[in-house]
Each structure stands twice: as structure tokens, then as C-alpha cells.
Design a protein around this ligand. Structure first.
Ligand code: FPP
Ligand code: MG
Length: 336
């Protein structure tokens, strides 16, 4: 089993609260209405439950009532699911986790409203928490997620993007929600500011590493591993870190955009392969992910010694050891 999956299983084994989170998630999507049925399908489709895991782990530093931690964790997963439903509309995606997306099956109208439905369930839980600070942090994260998504749309096909823009985008669209999850327990407990910041920094760096690896896999993995067509993001003009790096160093950058914009997807894919290989762009992106993981691990030093701190550390390290990643690195490396 890949290291990350192993770490997640170990954490689940030691935190029975995550079972309660799973049961409560099912309750939240119960009911016969179409919105509930579609949300249930999405929940049944899998997912690592990374956000509830981070919420429960980070909250375990503090003596909090279990019920509030469960509600914060469930709300985080519901927000994540809502954002995926909306993201699939935005990306015009037909497949997710090996299943047809809601927008593909039912159209954008039903999909938007199903996302909103999930969203409303999350807010109902957050509004009932004893401290409004969690609701405020989550809504801040959502605002930033929207900003990240908008920026990504505006960046589409832009030839000369800076890596800094890419990093800002992924920090907003992905990492902020993970950071908010890591901070929920500390906010519920009124923890010292340095711990709140350390948990936030850990979540931000972990989230960036997570998204960089997701972006690498979009370029290198096989369709059955991804549960969706490979290179969908790239074909939509979403130039992620490996592509930006390859473009910056290769003489074929403009040709790549030209092929994409003129609909010559096969040739664009072939040229991209060549550029990624010649410029060692996958290796570069992987090194950037490793750098983010290192900073995430360093952030944990400000937290008291605790089994959860070790789990957070293993989780970050595990991101870099996901089964096929090393093989893909070799396959796309100039120096095998
Ligand atoms: C997946 O990215 C999408 C996100 C990480 C965030 C989506 C955020 C929004 C739609 C705005 C916020 C909306 C709500 C309802 C909270 P990706 O396209 O790189 O990954 P994928 O391969 O999983 O699609
Ligand atoms: Mg997407």
C-alpha cells in the first residue's frame, strides 16, 4: 500500500471519532430529494477524507467536546464536496472518481444547486458551533477559494505566467481550506496565537504540496488511476507548475499554446511530453512539492509534543510517497 494510504489508515485506526464523522456525513446527505441522492453518490464515490482527518487530528491537541469537533470535520468535508461539484461545472469535467459528474448527468443547473445544498448543510453545522471564529475562518477560506478559482480561469492559456501566480492560485483554491481545517480545533479552544499560526502554516504548505502533486498526476498518471481523463486541466489551458517550468525553459512554449488553441490536442500532448522530458519539469515540480512538505514539517515544531504532531508529520511526508509517483518521475525524467 502506498505510504500516504497507510498513514491515513493508521490515523483512522487511532481516531474512532472519524467513524462518527463518517456516520454524520451520511446523515447530512440522507433523504429522498435529488440533491441529497446526488450528494450521497458523491460521498459513496470515495475520497480520502483528508479535511476531516486534519480537523480531527489538529483538534486532538485540545480537550474539546467530541460533538463540536465532529461537526467542524463534517462541515469541512461538505464544503469540499460542494467545491468539487462547482469545480466540475467550471472545468466542464465529465468524470470524477471514476463516475460521471453531476453536471454531465444532470446539467449545470442541477449541479450548481446540489453544490449549494451541500454548502447550506455545512453552514448549518458551522453556525451552531460554540465559537463563531470557526465559521469566520471557514468563510474566509471559501472567499479565497473563489478568488483562486477566478484567477485560474483568468490565467487560462496565458503564455507568460509567473510561478508566483500559480502558487497564489493553489494556496487559495486548495490550501486555505486545509489550513482552516487545521485551525478549527485551536479556534474552538482559544489556543495560543503561535499554535494557531503554526497549524495554519502547516495546512497551507501541506495544501500546496498536495495540489502540486495533483497537478503532476494530471500530466503523468493513467486514466484508471486518476478516475478521469488525463491532462484534462492542461487541455483546458490550465498551465500548472510542470507546464509553466517547461514552457519557460523550452524553445517550444509558443508552439505548444498554438497547438492547443487550434484544437490539435494530440500534437499538443506529444509536444508537451517532449518538453516535460527535455526540461525535467516533473522532477522540478516534485522538488517544489518536497520543499513545501519540508516547510510544513518545520511549522509543526511550534506545537507541543503529541501523537497528533507525529501523525501530521507522517501525513506530510506520505504525500511524497504515493505509489506510482516515483515511477512516473523516472518515466518523465531526462536522466533515468
Ligand atoms: C479542484 O481543483 C477544486 C478546488 C480545489 C477548489 C474549487 C473551489 C471553488 C469551485 C470555489 C469555492 C466554491 C465552494 C462551493 C466552496 P482541480 O480542478 O485542480 O482538481 P480536480 O482535478 O480534483 O478537479
Ligand atoms: Mg477540476
Amino acid at each position: 500500500m502506498a505510504k500516504l494510504a497507510q498513514v491515513l489508515e493508521e490515523i483512522k485506526g487511532e481516531h474512532p471519532l472519524l467513524e462518527v464523522v463518517e456516520e454524520k456525513l451520511r446523515e447530512e446527505v440522507a433523504g429522498g430529494h435529488l440533491a441529497a441522492r446526488l450528494s450521497r453518490n458523491l460521498l459513496d464515490g470515495g475520497g480520502k477524507r483528508l479535511r476531516p482527518i486534519l480537523t480531527v487530528l489538529a483538534a486532538s491537541f485540545y480537550p474539546l467536546p467530541e460533538g463540536v469537533v465532529v461537526d467542524a470535520a463534517v462541515a469541512a468535508e461538505l464544503i469540499h464536496l460542494a467545491s468539487l461539484v462547482h469545480d466540475d461545472i467550471i472545468d466542464n469535467a465529465h468524470m470524477r472518481r471514476g463516475e460521471r459528474t453531476i453536471n454531465d448527468l444532470w446539467g449545470n443547473q442541477i449541479a450548481v444547486l446540489t453544490g449549494d445544498h451541500l454548502f447550506a448543510s455545512a453552514f448549518s453545522l458551522l453556525a451552531a458551533l460554540p465559537k463563531p471564529a470557526v465559521l469566520r475562518r471557514m468563510t474566509e477560506a471559501i472567499r479565497l477559494m473563489c478568488e483562486g478559482e477566478i484567477e485560474e480561469i483568468l490565467r487560462a492559456y496565458q503564455p507568460d505566467q509567473r510561478e508566483a501566480n500559480y502558487f497564489r492560485c493553489i494556496e487559495n483554491k486548495t490550501a486555505q481550506l486545509l489550513a482552516a481545517c487545521c485551525q478549527s480545533g485551536a479556534l474552538l479552544f482559544d489556543a495560543p496565537l503561535d499554535q494557531l499560526q503554526a497549524l495554519g502554516n502547516y495546512g497551507l504548505r501541506l495544501g500546496c504540496a498536495f495540489q502540486i502533486i495533483d497537478d503532476i498526476l494530471d500530466l503523468t498518471a493513467q486514466e484508471d488511476e486518476l478516475g478521469k481523463p488525463v491532462r484534462w486541466d492542461f487541455m483546458q489551458g490550465n498551465f500548472t507548475l510542470p507546464v509553466l517550468y517547461a514552457r519557460r525553459h523550452s524553445p517550444y512554449g509558443d508552439e505548444l499554446t498554438r497547438l492547443l488553441l487550434s484544437g490539435q490536442e494530440r500534437r499538443a500532448g506529444q509536444l508537451l511530453d517532449r518538453m516535460l522530458r527535455e526540461e525535467d519539469a516533473i522532477l522540478y515540480a516534485w522538488q517544489q512539492a518536497a520543499r513545501q512538505v519540508k516547510i510544513a514539517e518545520e511549522a509543526l515544531r511550534a506545537l507541543p509534543p503529541h501523537p497528533a504532531r507525529e501523525h501530521l508529520r507522517s501525513l506530510a511526508a506520505g504525500l511524497l510517497e504515493q505509489g506510482p509517483l516515483e515511477e512516473q518521475l523516472l518515466a518523465f525524467s531526462h536522466y533515468p
